[in-house]
Design a protein around this ligand. Structure first.
Ligand code: GDP
Ligand code: MG
Length: 744
């Protein structure tokens, strides 16, 4: 459909010699071979009309050959159209020429004048074809048609001019056939030449209007327009000029007067008349304007001419839409050049940094992007909005989509980079602050550190996200990304808190171990004193017996673990661990503490250790009397009896120590109750480092009985044998010392 437009180059410097054109005489838009001159665009650019938008006007002149048309235009507008030389009487204007008004001054801005080849049988032989085509072309483009006519031709209905006007009216009907909605009208401006002055202009006007009405009624009108009136399409204006050669001074003055009418004007309200006396101001009424932006005029005119030359029905609305598509695409390409210059380097930088695995956070991206977008869209709007509204709106959103797709990709990658960098920075900052706190003696508040760093990191991200926002552009709201970022920070916080919990757990476990080491060691050391328990009756405590060793161990254990639990809970709460997390921590702590206790007990009952304790216990009973005074053995002493009692008493400890039994209940401590049920929130992997506990972890196949068995049967027997041997040795020594004491 728009093949014609697609084939046309935009004319912007496309002609290699475009600057070499000599536009002194204007430009020949259509040559004698009916070819269109695409350099028109260059001409419009060179004369700065192209940038004028709608602020330009187009006038065409019609009339028989050699009626002084070119002469008139040259005087009116300072143009340099070729004029027939006085001597040669040879027609010079060929085809259609265009020139910009060179006088300006008080006249309207940017008046373009088309000098149309004289329409007279003689000028182009019998070529009525060109007459029709040029009339159609002028009507489709021009606001004002100057009809140049000798005074003596007025009223000569058969005159050549009337033939021309008939043609104009007919092609006009043809135009409106396709464009019934079109409100544009044209002004037929009759300039009567060689006005002698005998007949007043008013009379000439009346005659002309009569003739025009006559011609109008004589043309065949297409169906639907049979009753249309000439006033529906045309306004009329009239002027008379004196003889240029006979009254040169008057001619000049009158031409000047005429020139002053080429300004903007408007129709007087309530006036139905088409008479120029009903206008205020100049001849350029807004409704005459064809609303083709100046920078599209060349393309439009070319399309029109193309249709005319190939004898196709002129369809102006379609032509305008095609023009709009062509120009909007062209303008879109142009405005994207600046956008590309601003954005492409950023895209490259981002792509490069991503390839390098270190996505960059581009500085000032939001500002650069918003500015480039705004400029691009504004520039498009300024130029393209003058074209067909529907086409413009579509092309504008196409353009926005195109640049937004690029910006969006850029922004999203940018925020992804900011997200990654933010998470890393946050996690590093928290870890470092914790390390610094640990170095400084552990007096740090984990929750405070996290909160402070989170606020700081979120603020940075928020600023980054907000800097990308473009007012009124929905996709540039990155709140969802911000929320995702915040969520991830919370996840990272949770992970870091878990690590912190681990560290706390380790610290508390160490503390439990150390306390257990002291307390349990103390209890076992008491075994070394054979006189029953504490060995410190002066302390005022009720002396305990060896029999309640496990009660004391358990009591010390419970008390240490209880204190540890308190410490753990306080600390964990201080960094806002959840209840579940605290419960899991406590559960683990109790298990680990029990295991630590078992280890400590095992250490105490290691063969050499326990043997030593038993020996001390035995020796204490054997070598000291009830008052704690060392015995000096005499032969008369019942060494054997004392020995046997002491030995049996100590041996009695072995089964006691062999099993962790509370004296109070006669059974092992209730480990199931002590450890408690596994709380919610224990994640897979949490238990991996936990030693199974018999009787508690049922599937471990180990009973509570086994868990609380301290010395196995073989170990027990072995211990008894070794102890007896050792005791025997002590006995023999005592015997010897008793005998020796006598001999001395
Ligand atoms: P065009 O063919 O209509 O463009 O006419 P030109 O402007 O080339 O002029 C044709 C001839 O008419 C030239 O010899 C002019 O000198 C002459 N001419 C120009 N203006 C006037 C005028 O106002 N009155 C008369 N009688 N001759 C004129
Ligand atoms: Mg001429």
């Amino acid at each position: 459909m728009n093949g014609h437009f697609a084939a046309v180059d935009n004319g912007n410097g496309s002609a290699p010699d475009s600057n070499a054109h000599n536009f002194e005489h204007g430009i020949q838009v259509i040559n004698e071979d009916k070819q269109y001159n695409t350099n028109l665009n260059d001409y419009l650019h060179e004369t700065h009309v192209a940038e004028a938008g709608f602020n330009y006007h187009l006038i065409s002149v019609f009339g028989s050959q050699s009626t002084g048309k070119s002469t008139l235009l040259n005087h009116l507008f300072g143009t340099q159209f070729s004029v027939m030389s006085e001597r040669e009487r040879r027609q010079t204007t060929k085809g259609i020429w265009m020139s910009k008004n060179k006088k300006e001054g008080t006249m309207a801005d940017n008046i373009l004048v088309m000098d149309v080849e004289g329409t007279d049988g003689r000028e182009r032989g019998e070529d009525q074809d060109f007459e029709r085509k040029s009339a159609l072309f002028a009507l489709a483009t021009s606001e004002v048609l100057i009809v140049n006519i000798w005074e003596h031709q007025v009223g000569l209905y058969q005159g050549a001019n009337m033939g021309l006007l008939k043609t104009v009216f007919e092609v006009n009907m043809q135009l409106f056939l396709k464009d019934k909605q079109n409100q544009t009208r044209s002004l037929l401006f009759f300039v009567i030449r060689d006005h002698i002055g005998v007949t007043p202009l008013a009379n000439l006007r009346n005659t002309l209007i009569q003739d025009l009405t006559h011609i109008w009624s004589s043309i065949s009108k297409p169906a639907g327009l049979e009753n249309s009136k000439i006033e529906d399409y045309f306004d009329f204006a009239f002027a008379a000029l004196p003889h240029k050669i006979l009254q040169p001074d008057k001619f000049i003055t009158e031409v000047e007067n005429l020139g002053s009418r080429f300004t903007a004007g408007h129709r007087n309200k309530d006036s139905e008349s088409t008479d120029d006396q009903e206008f205020t101001g100049g001849v350029f009424l807004p409704e005459y304007h064809r609303r083709i932006p100046a920078d599209g005029l060349s393309i439009y005119a070319e399309g029109i001419w193309d249709q005319i030359v190939s004898n196709k029905d002129l369809d102006l609305p379609t032509q305008q839409e095609l023009l709009a598509q062509f120009r909007c695409d062209e303008i879109a390409r142009e405005v994207q050049i600046a956008f590309d210059a601003a954005i492409a380097p950023l895209e490259e930088q981002q792509a490069e940094s991503t390839r390098a695995g270190k996505p960059a956070v581009l500085p000032d991206l939001g500002q650069i992007g918003a500015e480039a977008r705004e400029k691009c869209v504004k520039n498009f709007e300024t130029q393209a909005s003058r074209y067909h509204k529907g086409v413009y709106t579509t092309k504008r959103s196409e353009l926005e989509d195109k640049i937004d797709t690029r910006l969006k990709a850029l922004y999203q990658a940018h925020l992804t980079a900011a997200h990654k960098a933010g998470v890393t920075a946050f996690s590093e900052a928290v870890t470092n602050a914790v390390k610094a706190g640990q170095k400084a003696g552990g007096a740090y508040e984990f929750a405070e550190i996290v909160e402070k760093q989170k606020t700081k990191t979120l603020e940075i991200f928020k600023k980054e996200a907000q800097s990308l926002a473009i007012p009124g552009v929905a996709w540039s709201n990155f709140k969802p990304q911000y929320l995702i970022f915040e969520k991830e920070l919370d996840e990272v916080s949770a992970r870091l808190r878990k690590e912190e919990m681990r560290r706390l757990a380790i610290r508390v476990e160490r503390w439990v171990k150390s306390r257990l080491g002291d307390a349990i060691g103390l209890e076992f050391n008491k075994l070394g004193s054979g006189r029953g328990g504490s060995g410190a009756p002066e302390s005022g405590e009720k002396p305990s017996t060896e029999k309640d060793i496990w009660d004391r161990v358990w009591k010390a254990f419970i008390s240490i673990v209880g204190e540890a639990e308190g410490r753990f809970t306080d600390r964990a709460k201080s960094f806002e661990a959840s209840d579940d997390e605290v419960q899991v921590g406590l559960w683990r702590l109790r298990r680990k503490s029990w295991v630590a206790l078992r280890e400590k007990i095992e250490e105490e009952v290691m063969e050499s250790n326990i043997l030593m304790k038993l020996r001390e216990n035995f020796e204490d009973k054997f070598r000291y009397d009830e008052d704690g005074v060392p015995r000096i053995w005499r032969p008369s002493d019942d060494i054997e009896g004392i020995y046997t009692r002491a030995r049996e008493s100590t041996l009695g400890l072995v089964p006691l120590l062999a099993r962790f039994r509370l004296q109070s209940s006669g059974s092992p401590p209730d480990l199931i109750e002590f450890i408690g049920v596994q709380p919610h929130g224990v994640e897979p992997g949490d238990e991996e480092d936990l030693t199974p506990i018999g009787g508690v972890d049922e599937d471990e196949g180990k009973s509570l009985e086994e868990e609380t068995t301290i010395l196995s049967e073989p170990k027990r027997q072995d211990l008894v044998v070794r102890f007896k041997k050792m005791a025997d040795g002590v006995y023999v020594e005592a015997k010897r010392s008793a005998i020796g004491g006598i001999t001395q």
